[in-house]
Design a protein around this ligand. Structure first.
Ligand SMILES: CC(=O)N[C@H]1[C@@H](OP(=O)(O)OP(=O)(O)OC[C@H]2O[C@@H](n3ccc(=O)[nH]c3=O)[C@H](O)[C@@H]2O)O[C@H](CO)[C@@H](O)[C@@H]1O
Ligand SMILES: C=C(OP(=O)(O)O)C(=O)O
Length: 434
């Protein structure tokens, strides 16, 4: 098991370019199953989850060609549906969460799809109800085998309908859209998730010949078509990685430039960092973060303590709350971090408390952080990464801390951050992979 050894307390400097977005990559790669024609995807991040999905598609019969470092061609002409019943499929598909989005395209194109319990972060209950209720509304029969935790959906044909989702699930919306584009007639999805990942998926589907309106809103209208063609698509920069780099710069008091951020797609993220007192400047499509010896968390207008909370898009993504929490530990002022969506994502604060941070975990969803205003740095220690975003938050803490830290279980970080140690070394970080 690899670990990172970090000597903290060094400033970073220079430029860093974000990878392609993990969560978009998972959606658009699954979408390649919808067509017999060639689909080229560019800016694919070289990370474990995405590589596992690409390999899984290869196992199902998709011809995958690497065209360059970050580009692949996919031709899903012949699909081996029997493979989906194999033990090997169950093991491989359950290594990540995003692979559940192969179900929508397979159901739409071949009338059936199977799936084991998906993997992904262990951050509380992660149900799939929205996915399956959506498929059922489109006319599929759903079967769940609880002893094997194996899901199946089958339909002779899918028929468009109106549906109001019980929650704006990101992968759930994507999965339903991926099925509805080939259904007969019109599907309306209300309370649809509209994260940039879903918007990008819909734009790609439109370029393949799908008829979708309402992209970017929570009301999608889809007119089913007979078949879809090929296309070329480029994945947006990873907004979670961009946010992680902003947090890293603030905590280490570093001057860095994050290149090619697709700034207009970042929604409230830059302003949420500004509320934490972090200065950042848009320069074209780059984000420049000056060296800051301190940053002061704003209060609300009436002087009450700031809350940073997650919400479905265009609210603040839950995937950045661990980063906000860690940067608050060295801010001036206090903040309530309210992780509304996931139940077990804040427990990593114990590790920050061990490092000297002042945090009260109020309950599994809320933590109050009283910033140290950089008067007392965190102390380096041995840490274990419980999930991908807590992992990167601990990495940020370790980079800013006094002394050495070891981060174990870095497979969690590698799941979503491409070559992170090498890229950070180029900024001057003292980080080794052992
Ligand atoms: C592979 C992938 O793309 N993963 C992302 C995707 O996961 P995923 O699609 O699995 O997450 P969902 O959007 O389904 O839901 C996430 C959690 O939020 C809760 N929920 C969701 C919507 C809502 O309106 N209210 C609510 O409370 C759900 O019950 C669940 O506990 O979206 C999550 C929410 O942005 C992100 O954290 C994950 O990184
Ligand atoms: C929770 C995340 O990923 P996944 O849904 O793949 O577990 C994440 O990217 O923060």
């Amino acid at each position: 098991m690899h670990c990172f050894e970090i000597e903290g307390g060094h400033k970073l400097s220079g430029e860093i370019t974000p990878q392609g977005a993990k969560n978009e990559a998972l959606q658009v790669i699954c979408a390649t199953l919808l067509s017999k024609e060639e689909i080229i995807i560019n800016n694919i991040p070289d990370i474990v989850d995405v590589n596992n999905l690409i390999n899984l598609l290869g196992d199902i019969g998709v011809i995958v060609k690497r065209l360059g470092k970050a580009s692949c061609s996919f031709i899903a002409e012949n699909i081996n549906m029997d493979y989906l019943q194999s033990q090997e499929f169950r093991t491989k598909a359950s290594s990540l969460r995003g692979s559940v989005m192969i179900m929508g395209p397979l159901l739409a194109r071949f009338g059936k799809a199977y799936f084991p319990k998906p993997g992904g972060d262990k951050i509380g209950r992660r149900r799939l109800d929205t996915h399956f209720i959506g498929f059922e509304k489109l006319g599929a029969q759903f079967h769940y085998n609880p002893s094997e935790i194996f899901y199946s959906v089958e339909a002779e044909h899918l028929k468009g309908t109106y549906m109001l989702l019980d929650e704006a699930s990101v992968t759930g919306t994507a999965n339903i859209v991926l099925a509805a584009v080939l259904a007969q007639g019109k599907t309306t999805i209300y309370n649809a998730a509209c994260e940039p990942y879903v918007q990008q998926l819909c734009k790609m589907l439109v370029s393949m010949g799908a008829k979708i309106s309402g992209i970017g809103s929570n009301l999608l209208n889809i007119e089913g078509v007979e078949s879809l063609g090929g296309c070329e698509h480029r994945i947006l920069p990873d907004m979670i990685e961009i946010g992680s780099f902003i947090g890293m710069a603030a905590m280490t008091g570093s001057e860095i430039t994050i290149k090619d951020t697709a700034y207009d797609e970042l929604g409230v993220i830059p302003d949420a960092f500004r509320k934490m007192g972090i200065q950042l400047e848009r320069r074209g499509d780059d984000i420049y973060i000056p060296e800051q010896d301190e940053y002061e968390i704003e209060t609300f207008i009436d002087g009450s303590i700031m809350t940073i909370a997650d919400a479905p898009w265009p609210g603040l993504t839950p995937d950045l709350l661990s980063v906000f929490l860690v940067i608050a530990t060295q801010a001036k002022g206090s903040v309530l971090i309210h992780q509304k969506m996931f139940e077990s994502r804040l427990f990593f604060v114990d590790k920050l408390i061990d490092m000297g941070a002042r945090i009260i975990l109020c309950d599994p969803h809320r933590a109050t952080v009283i910033g140290l205003n950089k008067e007392t740095p965190l102390r380096g220690t041995t840490l274990t990464s419980p999930d991908i975003r807590a992992g990167v938050a601990l990495l940020i803490a370790a980079l800013s801390a006094n002394g050495k830290s070891t981060i174990q279980n870095i497979a969690q970080i590698d799941r979503g951050y491409q070559n992170i140690d090498e890229r950070l070394r180029k900024l001057g970080a003292k980080i080794k992979r052992n």
